[in-house]
Every structure is written in structure tokens, then in C-alpha cells.
Design a protein around this ligand. Sequence first.
Ligand code: TMP
Ligand code: ASP
Length: 245
Amino acid sequence: MSTGDVLYEGKAKIIYKTDAPDILLAQYKDDATAFNAQKRGTITNKGRINCAIATHLFKVLEAAGVATHFIDQPAPDQMRVRTVKIIPLEVVVRNIAAGSLCQQTGLDLGRPLAQPLVDYYYKDDALGDPLLTPDRIFLLSLATPERLAQLNQLALRINQILIAFFQNCGITLVDFKLEFGITADQQLLLADEISPDTCRLWDNSEPDPDRRVMDKDRFRRDLGEVDTAYTRVMERVLGQNTSAP
Ligand code: TMP
Ligand code: ASP
């Protein structure tokens, strides 16, 4: 698909304008970054793999009644999406302790949480995406109390759908990050992507704590075989149909 002007270039995607003001084109890149872009590299075929996985997961969520920005996939590494104004919050849902939760609380890696934890981070690279509290979210006018309650409910609903979907793939959904946006006519949509870049995914058939990792932690922690792991996730995800679980 021919592309228009670049609206925005992020770490993992380039967003192009199209002839229609309410439609954007997301070009998924092979570039990988971690630790606020202090670590940089590429993952072979990541653009195509993540675009395929995200497309499939958006279809799963749409089938279950979650409104997303997804329109279609005109090329293997391209997604047409609805134009939204992104809410500058990274909404992280956690089912099992890992990553920054372990570092900041001392919880052991792999400890199942009694109930899903929803954490909000300020999407601001210059500030290093700090963890927010509800009062800080209101202070910064990032969301109203009503909007925050809506985001919380949606994130938990998406978590339920994705846990069930990944379970059918033989994968445990440890945690993941969501972003939401608002259309010109004030519709709230799930935006950005859901992929091994934005989730922690553990292979149920692999007890070893390093070998089970199928997500960007392989890149962050130099575990090797990053593209192989991403490809395996894609094969398993695309092997499940998109109708509601
Ligand atoms: P964390 O444990 O580093 O806070 O990450 C929680 C989840 O959010 C994990 O699945 C990875 C994802 N994530 C992103 O998608 N983007 C980010 O910039 C960060 C820090 C985490
Ligand atoms: N996406 C983030 C970055 O580069 C961090 C991460 O996923 O670990 O910088």
C-alpha cells in the first residue's frame, strides 16, 4: 500500500497519514529497543511477526466485543487503523509477578497474583515512563475518575479474553501493556499493538525459567533465539481461530 506523510515515528512502528483523515497506516519495524531505548537491536522479521500477531489478537478482541483501532492488514507488516488521540498512559495488567513488579516489591519471579494487578505508567520517554497513582493521573489531567474506571474495567476484560486465548495456545499470559486512544467522535478504542514486544508470554510445556520465555525478555536479557521465540508465538496464535473463546 502506498504511504502518505509520516505522522510519527516510534521505536517499533512508523505511523503514516493516509488520504482519509480518520485512517492511519502503521508500519511495523524490525527494530527492537529496551530500557527506554538504551538497548537497541533488530529482531529478524519482527515487523511482519508482530503485525500478524497483533492483527489476530485485535480480531479476537473485536469478536469478544472490545472496540479496537484495527481496520485491516494491507501488507504483512502494515496495519490500517482508526485515527485516535492516544491517552498518554501505559496500562499494564499483571497476572504473575515478573519484571519491574519483582524489582520494586521484592515479590518472587513467577508468583501468581491473587487477582490481576492493573498498573498505570506515564507514557513519557523523557521522564522514563514513571509509575503513576490515581491522584497523580488526576493531577496531570491524564484521565478523569470516570475514564480511569472505564480503562480499568476494559483492561481486566481484555485480560480475561487474552488469558483464555493464550491458554489455548499453550502459553501463559504473565503480563502485558495496553494503550488506548480516543477518536474525533469521542469513541474509546484499544490502540497500539499487542505482541511479544508488549507481553510476557511463557511456554507451558517448558519448565525451565529461561527456556520458557517467548517474548521480548529474550532480547532484554540476552537469552538468544529471539526471532525463533517470536515465530513460535505467531504460529500458535495464528493456529487458533478468532471467534470469541
Ligand atoms: P515491566 O515489568 O517492565 O513493568 O513490564 C510490564 C509489561 O509491560 C511487560 O509485559 C512488558 C510491557 N512493557 C511494554 O510493552 N513497554 C514498556 O516500555 C515496558 C517498560 C513494558
Ligand atoms: N519499549 C521500551 C523501550 O525501549 C522498553 C521495553 O519494552 O523494555 O524502550
